[in-house]
Write a protein that binds this ligand. Structure first.
Ligand code: GLU
Length: 508
């Protein structure tokens, strides 16, 4: 057998915002496709019209654009296997439903919801399968003429998959190994509904994976229970030879590890579970997104990549290119992955540090604007230097403001507890002296200023900590921040002196 080209797909249903678990699924598919020089397909599974949510498809596409995950073909990308939106493939599915009917591998069932309810009341744990199907109203029990007549008169029906009982079904999963279940536990799944002339998820999914020449199905663990049915469908169509390999990814668990991650966990602990902010068109509810919360897409990617996979060592920081090289389905875990959102914050911090100061300064500009500062009033050199002095202290770009605001606004008030501790009776006198010392410094850059001021403090026998902290309090407004002489070098002599004078006047 010749090697098949790797073709994988991400196939969301447009039922709302894309959950972060879905993002991870898409990411793993992307890494796998790139690593093998294969294709990544974007398919929209919208055969359940009741659950369709307007805007969801656009939202999903925008999410991947932001994250830097491009698709090779599919909805909005084009390709030779389209259309890629299942609602546009009705005729294709109808044909394949007919194939199964003709082969006697599926049958038509007329049972109404009321009739099904009655059966459920009559038989405990009723399941529509080999043990019960001959008691029901379907093309196996009704004469052909009656079936034809019912269809002709427009009666609603469904097509069910005729599952042979008592057969072991083997699913070979690249992560979980061989999973075997007995076909008797499966029910005769509905594959098609005449009411909307649409197939159900199961049929459309298999037909499309086959026609789109999908080689590997990499998806969330919640689809593992459907896999035996999917194997049986491939067999019923005679497509065993090109059946894709399966890989069911581990669940994302609550940060505490007990149970599946849900949106409520995010609300409870204050982290987003969606890539982008989502405005629910039905309820009007707004849910936070990673983008709007200030995460860098690279950080989100790196964080998600490690939720259920590791490179086999303890390396944590990996670029997309490295992930593509290192990713391996056999290193995916079977057990669920705790959603350690604090780790996500850590990744963001690390990726901020990886950015050049110039890039960070650019990202900082809108934050300045939000805080009433016109960034264009400052040189790029000034912004870059300010950012470089404080970036080590932030996890998010917007936190740069908190750390760097004193570069843009002179303190009007001074932190009370610092004043109590650092501003004593003779401080104004010493600060007045300091003004004179600073005024005399010709080269106001960091190191020369530092040498002169430290020398002066020593010569006078002043207390180093007290003088330096009062100095800092006057310039910054509180006793924290980066190296004092880096601050004054950036602010310049005039501004530094003015700030000290103001502190003397205000604090006395
Ligand atoms: N439409 C399914 C979903 O929303 C796709 C499952 C699969 O990948 O087979 O996740």
């Amino acid at each position: 057998m010749t090697e098949r080209k790797v073709r994988v797909r991400f196939a969301p249903s447009p039922t709302g915002a894309l959950h972060i678990g879905g993002v991870r699924t898409a990411l793993y598919n992307y890494l796998f496709a790139r690593q093998h020089g294969g294709d990544l397909i974007f398919r929209i599974e919208d055969t359940d019209s009741n659950r369709f949510v307007p805007g969801a498809e656009e939202y999903i596409l925008e999410s991947f654009k932001w994250l830097g995950i491009p698709f090779d073909e599919g909805v909005s990308f084009g390709g030779e296997h389209g259309p890629y939106r299942q609602s546009e493939r009705r005729e294709i599915y109808k044909k394949y439903v007919q194939v199964l009917l003709d082969a006697g591998k599926a049958y038509i069932a007329f049972d109404t919801p009321e009739e099904l309810d009655a059966k459920r009341a009559e038989i405990a744990n009723f399941q529509y399968d080999a043990s019960t199907r001959m008691q029901m109203r379907n093309s196996l029990t009704l004469p052909k003429e009656e079936v034809d007549a019912l269809i002709a008169e427009g009666r609603q029906y469904v097509v069910r998959f005729k599952i042979e009982p008592d057969e072991d079904v083997h699913v070979n999963d690249l992560i979980r190994g061989e999973v075997v279940i007995n076909s008797s536990i499966l029910d005769d799944k509905v594959l098609y509904k005449s009411a909307d002339e649409l197939p159900t998820y199961h049929l459309a999914n298999i037909v499309d994976d086959h026609l789109m020449e999908v080689s590997h199905v990499i998806r969330g663990e919640e689809w593992l229970p459907s896999a035996p049915l999917h194997v049986l469908l491939y067999r019923a169509f005679g497509w065993e030879d090109t059946m894709p390999a399966f890989a069911h990814l581990p669940l994302l668990l609550k940060p505490e590890g007990n149970g599946k991650l849900s949106k409520r966990d995010g609300d409870r602990l204050g982290f987003p579970v969606f890539p982008l902010e989502w405005h629910d068109p039905k309820t009007g509810e707004v849910s936070s997104g990673y983008r709007e919360s200030g995460y860098l897409p690279e950080a989100v990617i790196n964080f998600l990549a490690l939720l259920g996979w590791n490179p086999g060592n303890d390396q944590e920081l990996m670029s997309m290119d490295e992930l593509i090289k290192l990713f391996n389905l056999s290193h995916c875990s079977k057990s669920g992955a705790k959603f350690d959102y604090k780790k996500g914050v850590w990744f963001n911090h690390e990726y901020i540090l990886q950015k050049s100061d110039g890039e960070l300064a650019k990202l900082f500009k809108p934050v300045l604007r939000e805080n009433g500062i016109d960034p264009d009033a400052y040189s790029d050199a000034f912004l870059t230097a300010a950012v470089s002095l404080v970036k080590g202290r932030v996890n998010f770009v917007k936190e740069l403001w908190e750390q760097a605001r004193f570069f843009f606004v002179a303190p009007l008030r001074y932190a009370e507890k610092d004043v109590k501790k650092r501003w004593s009776e003779d401080t104004p006198r010493i600060m007045t002296e300091l003004i004179e010392v600073l005024r005399g410094i010709e080269d106001f850059s960091s190191k020369p200023s530092e040498d002169i001021v430290i020398g002066w403090i020593a010569e006078k026998g002043y207390h180093m900590g007290n003088v330096m902290n009062a100095f800092r309090l006057a310039v910054v407004g509180e006793c924290k921040g980066p190296h004092m002489f880096d601050i004054t070098a950036l602010l310049g002599k005039e501004e530094t002196l003015a700030r000290i004078q103001r502190a003397i006047d205000v604090l006395k």
